[in-house]
Design a protein around this ligand. Structure first.
Ligand SMILES: [Zn+2]
Ligand SMILES: [Zn+2]
Length: 150
């Protein structure tokens, strides 16, 4: 479960089926394995990936998000075909986050302002030069070279 969040983010107007398949492939999961992890029938996953449905039940969405290690907001963005910036933000706790690892969905939710674990104010920009964080593949700010972690 170490897919970086930048790779796991949906591309603009990427169809749901292709998105699920792409993230599943990046985790080297088969459809059957994903089905077991997500608690969803494998027929449903086949149907989604084949483009047979672009809707997800609440249970399907939470199961897939957990199994794929992505925020549920990503699936919402794909299903509704809305730009990702409007549903989620690259936000992290500068104390708890380990650079290079997936962000906790509780940080990236638009409603979150503070870390659920330690109460630190979440950050979506470099603490040194204030440039917005565009990719979490990097441990250091590409603009000023400052580490993202405190
Ligand atoms: Zn924290
Ligand atoms: Zn910076």
């Amino acid at each position: 479960m170490n897919v970086s969040i930048a790779d796991a983010a949906p591309a603009p107007s990427e169809p749901l089926g292709r998105y699920i398949q792409r993230v599943r492939d990046s985790l080297s999961l088969t459809q059957v394995e994903l089905s077991a992890k997500a608690g969803i029938h494998v027929q449903t996953i086949r149907k989604i990936e084949a483009g047979g449905t672009s809707r997800l039940s609440h249970k399907g969405k939470s199961g897939l998000a957990a199994a794929l290690g992505i925020p549920q907001e990503y699936l919402d963005a794909v299903v509704k075909q809305t730009p990702l910036e409007t549903v989620t933000a690259l936000k992290f706790c500068p104390k708890c986050w380990t650079p290079g690892t997936t962000l906790d969905p509780m940080w990236t939710s638009l409603r979150s302002k503070y870390c659920f674990a330690c109460g630190t104010t979440l950050r979506d920009r470099c603490g040194s030069c204030n440039e917005r964080i565009m990719s979490l593949k990097y441990r250091f700010c590409p603009y000023c070279g400052e580490s993202y972690k405190n």
